[in-house]
Design a protein around this ligand. Structure first.
Ligand code: ADP
Ligand code: ZN
Ligand code: ZN
Length: 732
């Protein structure tokens, strides 16, 4: 047979795999990392196939430099999932594959992998008796005894025997009595923990769990719709237990791990004898590769992670859970623009395992699938803890009660009452900084970001103006750059201003502001949450950061400022998002025995969104949104893709899209191709942005079209314009 050819994918924006000579390749090298010469550099790639034939003449093929056999290969199932993503998102396979690996595994050169050295006796060593060793070689005798008793030991254990143990090991190695091997360090379960007693399940929880278990171990998508506090997490835990009991691994995805530190703790406490690894951006490269390798080796029983964790190799996968499945952060917004929730569903189907999507406010896509019977629907309509009722939601009409410094009198009174009663309150405003706009009182000038089509946000404490889109920062000017007037006013409210207003109004209250700015320091959020739990704060001022997944038993009031903005947005998903955000933040009130109250300040008290919120009626609201979507022919009633383009000049971006549109029309598929338009954020970080929407009734024709279209677009090189495709876009 001819010398084997390795088909290698690389982290380059090209669709094809590259052929290399690999004379020493073995069949089990498919899925392995490989170092290859690429242009003038060495690159890390992954072998996706072996063949005895190449379309290129052998003389032109270069040999691979090194096949990395220090870690196991990606399994066929892993490559299949990555291959699906490359197809579905029309993204180069090499980028998809390489970016799914932890950084350490993408680097060329010596890979520093976490490992532990282990020693065990060889046949000659096993035949040895302690009495065979010199009587005065005490350390050698101890070493042999220990190895005989334990069958093998780690270097650290042996080092504890005596200061001279390393010499003794060397001697044993030289004599051929022991062999050494490298092993992945295991993660020891937390010492002294034991499984807590389990709460008796509510009837609804029991039904949900039974439904999933009765359906068996095969593929099925379940939508777990449960109001906040209804005990969704308990359902996940029982199902994980069920999967682990069958010797399987469970994959649990969460939107942002920092926001839900309690979940990791809860899982750990529930399964003290099992290995739980987390995978998220808060880990360093060593931790990340270590956890990933433990998952791949099948040693991790539970993998808890964010978006990217959906690609973690799991040889014994038995269950996937996607918590807060509606959350926008499951969608990657650059590079491979995948939805981790959607990929998780595909993964479950490929692997033939059940998947549970949980939310208090499911995405309309998932709700639609549940209603049409494609997904099984599991409902938890009531709070799980005894005596915990959903909070009362009241609207404060701001046309009647004029806000002063952002606060109406009924809200201030309610806050005062909570202070008297020594209960906690949360004031929610989804805007950080002091004020969203700095304006000149004389000429109306407002401080713009010169790199983005947006305004700068006033951060008074730091005396800076900041762009929340591109990160640009500048000092607050002393006077108006346009007319010289010195009276510049901060218009509107952000968390900092709300904090200040409350401090002036309630000087005795302990106020804690929780937003991206106040939690920048490592562990700052965790420390703040601990303060809240310890009862060391009276009023919390926060953004959506506070809305997610936290349990604050002493919190009985939630006040919501300034939510109206999203009611009449041009983004067709804005009200879906607002509803879920408000449901979530409202859900923070009254989690335990104390009844909760939610006060919403609004100028539109008759809006159906607020009505649905008052009745805690997600289903009715979802139905009305779905009706709108059906009439307007929006997702989930159609399938969309967005061609995004950016360039220093808008005219170039639009010109590229115009040409792309002509190409699309020539291809003649049953898809609707819209006109190019500037993006909602038309300028971002100095780049002009525009896009072109394509939509179709069904996925199949859309993807047939996209494949042909992308191929045509990639042939035409356009140096001025950067473009990318966004399949199932969430933002426009
Ligand atoms: P969700 O994830 O739906 O918001 P959780 O699972 O966090 O809800 O549960 C909310 C609260 O109810 C938690 O304090 C939890 O310990 C408690 N809880 C959950 N299930 C039960 C149950 N069956 N009996 C009593 N308390 C429960
Ligand atoms: Zn001015
Ligand atoms: Zn900017």
């Amino acid at each position: 047979m001819a010398s084997p050819i390795a088909r290698v994918v690389l982290d380059v924006p090209l669709d094809e795999a590259f052929d290399y000579l690999a004379p020493n390749a073995r069949p089990d090298d498919v899925g392995r990392r490989v170092q290859v010469p690429f242009g003038r550099r060495k690159a890390m790639g992954v072998i996706v196939g072996l063949s005895d034939h190449s379309d290129f003449p052998a003389a032109r093929l270069k040999p691979v430099a090194h096949i990395q056999r220090d870690t196991p290969p990606l399994a066929a199932a892993d490559l299949k999932l990555l291959g699906f993503c490359a197809d579905y998102y029309h993204h180069p396979l090499g980028e998809v594959v390489l970016n799914s690996l932890p950084t350490r595994l993408r680097q060329t050169g010596e890979t520093a992998l976490p490992s532990r050295r282990r020693y065990h006796l060889t046949a000659a060593g096993l035949a040895l008796q302690v009495a065979d060793l010199p009587p005065r070689a005490g350390v050698q005798r101890k070493l042999l005894t220990l190895l005989q008793e334990k069958g093998g030991a780690y270097r650290e254990e042996l080092a504890e025997l005596a200061a001279t143990a390393p010499q003794a090991i060397k001697h044993f190695l030289a004599q051929g009595w022991v062999e050494e091997s490298e092993e992945l360090p295991t993660l020891a379960p937390a010492p002294g923990t034991q499984a807590p007693s389990l709460p008796a399940l509510t009837a609804a929880q029991q039904q949900a769990i039974d439904a999933v278990r009765d359906a068996g171990a095969g593929y099925r998508v379940w939508l777990l719709h449960g109001i906040t506090g209804s005990g969704k997490t308990e359902v996940y835990l029982r199902l994980i237990d069920w999967a682990l009991a069958q010797g399987k691994q469970a994959l649990v995805l969460v939107p942002e791990i920092n926001l839900t530190p309690q979940l990791e703790e809860r899982i750990r406490r529930r399964f003290p004898a099992k290995t739980l690894v987390s995978l998220h951006s808060g880990l360093n490269d060593t931790e990340r590769v270590h956890h990933w390798l433990l998952a791949q080796a099948g040693q991790a029983d539970i993998v808890l992670g964010t978006r990217l964790a959906v690609f973690t190799p799991l040889p014994r996968l038995g269950l996937i859970v996607v918590d807060e499945e509606h959350d926008g952060s499951y969608k990657q917004q650059d590079g491979l623009r995948y939805s981790a929730r959607d990929v998780a569903v595909v993964r479950a189907s490929q692997a033939g395992v059940p998947i549970v999507l949980g939310s208090a406010t499911p995405s309309l896509e998932s709700w639609h699938n549940a209603r049409s019977g494609r997904y099984g629907l599991l409902e938890l309509p009531e709070r799980a803890a005894k005596n915990a009722a959903p909070p009362q939601v009241h609207l404060i009409d701001t046309r009647h009660y004029k806000p002063d410094q952002g606060f109406t009198s009924p809200l201030l009174n309610a806050l005062a009452t909570r202070l008297e009663r020594k209960e906690q309150s949360l004031v929610f405003i989804n805007r950080r900084g002091f004020a969203p706009v700095l304006m000149c009182s004389a000429c109306g000038w407002v401080a713009p970001c010169h790199r983005c089509a947006t305004r700068l946000v006033v951060h008074l404490r730091e005396r800076t103006l900041r762009c929340h889109h591109c990160g640009h920062e500048e000092r607050v000017p002393l006077g108006c750059p346009s007319c010289g007037n010195a009276d510049l006013v901060s218009v509107g409210h952000g968390t900092q201003r709300v904090e200040e207003t409350l401090a002036a109004r309630f000087p005795e209250a302990r106020i804690l502001r929780v937003d991206r700015d106040s939690t920048r320091r490592k562990h700052a959020l965790r420390d703040m949450l601990e303060q809240v739990h310890a009862g060391e704060a009276d009023i919390l001022v926060g953004t959506q950061m506070l809305a997610k997944g936290h349990d604050f038993p002493k919190l009985t009031l939630v006040g919501i400022l300034d939510a109206d903005g999203a009611l009449y947005s041009s983004d067709f998903r804005a009200s879906e998002r607002l509803f879920s955000q408000l449901m979530q933040v409202a859900g923070r009130a009254g989690r335990a025995a104390d009844a909760g109250e939610v006060l919403i300040q609004t100028g539109f008290p008759d809006h159906p969104l607020y009505g649905a919120l008052q009745r805690h009626d997600y289903a009715a609201f979802a139905e009305s949104l779905l009706d709108e979507r059906r009439q307007a022919y929006f997702p989930p009633y159609c399938h969309q893709a967005l061609l995004r383009a950016e360039a220093p000049k808008l005219i170039d971006a639009l010109g590229f899209l115009d040409a792309a549109r002509k190409l699309a029309l020539e291809l003649d598929y049953p898809v609707e191709v819209y006109d190019p338009v500037p993006a909602q954020m038309a300028r971002l970080a100095g780049k002009e942005r525009a896009h072109l929407l394509v939509q179709a009734d069904a996925r199949k024709p859309l993807h047939g079209f996209l494949k042909a279209w992308m191929a045509a677009l990639r042939r035409d090189k356009n140096a001025k314009v950067r473009w990318s495709l966004d399949t199932d876009p969430l933002e426009f």
